[in-house]
Design a protein around this ligand. Structure first.
Ligand code: NAD
Length: 391
């Protein structure tokens, strides 16, 4: 089958197995070129392991710390006539590379919100891993089925309180325009918290504790984005930000539960990067295109793998003190938030139009990374070659 990109709105509906393997290999190479901390996790569970920040967490754990990794994901398998989703190909490539180095790597393609996924993961840990010493919670999902009553909750990306008008970029048509978003209802806010808040993270830790499969000194972290004024109206102070605040509540509750094990739970704040999830959030693609330009010029640009390498080797398993904010979150996003970076992004923000998009932003870089998420746009991959979608 010849597999070409098919973009619909902010998503690419096809993925290329060779290109996805190349994306994973680039991240493995980065980790191998950068030393890991002496003390690292040995058995790692990554919930949301197949793309973006979760995939990077798995790669740093395995290839930086030589850890065994168990992953949970929600991905589309291939058929004879239809390619799999990118996360499915990424995971196959990761497992092949990890096994080649003698590392245990198993992945479960299941709904992480379900009781079944938790039970299956625990059975697998008991059978093959013993105990887990790091649990990474990196889910990004538009909906969640409540595991007890079967009710399905959907998250919305809307402001809270007031309507918001903001510049945005249609990444498909390259048009900069103004979008107006009406504020969310109380029910929509509550649903978003239900999907993207801390409840499921807590359920995972409760289940793992109850099954006695967490090791002494076990750590867990869940990922968040905070940002600053430019993105506050649609992220930090909007429905998704409200859901992310709930992670802080969950972290405190989990910390208390992990005390007997001398464990720790932290929300980790990461920078804005191109992922399947961030490309779906209005305003973020324009913000990221500007941010990439400014941070590349400054020499401080980072993607998923650089951020997670810093988080695991420099912070959670580093020699020094954690870089914490007043709420006890680990901060690896601070270079994005300096007055200098934000001031430059904002100045460009006011000037950018459809006509000057290429000159003022790094939309080329944004788009390149976007296509690479699906395994496209690598110069050394032959996209006219016949490949089997079933890896
Ligand atoms: P992503 O879309 O690349 O990854 C989401 C992962 O969750 C995938 O592995 C997917 O398979 C998995 N998943 C989704 N629903 C699932 C389900 N029901 N069961 C099992 N697995 C499921 O997203 P990402 O951008 O890497 O986001 C991961 C976390 O990082 C999120 O909490 C996000 O808020 C946070 N974060 C993202 C950014 C950013 O700019 N992208 C910045 C800071 C923090």
């Amino acid at each position: 089958m010849i597999i070409q990109p098919k973009v619909r709105g902010f998503i690419c509906t096809t993925a290329h197995p060779t290109g996805c393997a190349r994306n994973v290999q680039d991240q493995i190479d980065y980790v191998k070129q950068h030393s890991a901390s002496a003390q690292g996790p040995k058995n790692v569970l990554v919930i949301g392991c197949s793309t973006g920040y979760g995939l990077a967490s798995r790669i740093v754990s395995a290839f930086g710390h030589k850890a065994n990794t168990l992953g949970v994901m929600f991905e589309k398998e291939p058929t004879e006539r239809r390619p799999a989703s990118a996360g499915w190909y990424n995971t196959r490539a990761f497992e092949t590379a990890a096994s080649a180095e003698g590392l245990y790597a198993k992945s479960m393609n299941m709904d992480a919100f379900s009781h079944e996924a938790k039970a299956d993961v625990i059975a697998e840990i008991k059978a093959n891993l013993g105990k887990i010493d790091l649990v990474v919670y990196s889910l990004a999902s538009p909906r969640r089925k409540d595991p007890d009553n079967g009710e399905v909750y959907s998250s919305v990306l809307k402001p809270i309180g007031e309507p918001v008008s903001r510049k945005t970029l249609n990444t498909d048509t390259r048009e900069v325009s103004e979008i107006s978003l009406e504020p969310a209802s109380d029910e929509e806010i509550a649903s978003t918290v239900k999907v993207m808040g801390g409840e499921d993270w807590e359920l995972w830790i409760n289940a793992l504790l109850e099954a006695n499969v967490l090791a002494e000194n076990a750590k867990t972290t869940a990922y968040t984005y905070i940002g600053r004024e430019l993105t506050f109206p649609i992220y930090g102070k909007a429905t998704i930000g409200k859901a992310k605040e709930d992670l802080d509540r969950a972290a405190t509750a989990i910390q208390a539960k992990l005390k007997p094990l001398n464990g720790d739970a932290r929300v980790s704040v990461l920078k804005a990067v191109v992922t399947q999830s961030s490309s779906a959030i209005p305003v973020m693609p324009l913000y990221i295109s500007l941010l990439y330009r400014v941070m590349k010029e400054q020499g401080t640009h980072e993607g998923c793998i650089e951020q997670i390498h810093q988080l695991l080797t420099g912070e959670l398993y580093g020699d020094g003190e954690l870089t914490l904010d007043e709420s006890g979150r680990v901060r690896v996003d601070l270079k994005e938030l300096t007055d200098e970076v934000q001031g430059k992004v904002e100045a460009l923000w006011h000037q950018v139009t459809t006509e000057n998009l290429t000159d003022l932003t790094d939309f080329e870089g944004y788009q390149k990374e976007f296509f690479q998420l699906f395994g496209f746009g690598y110069e050394d991959v032959d996209y006219d070659a016949d490949v089997s979608p079933e890896v």
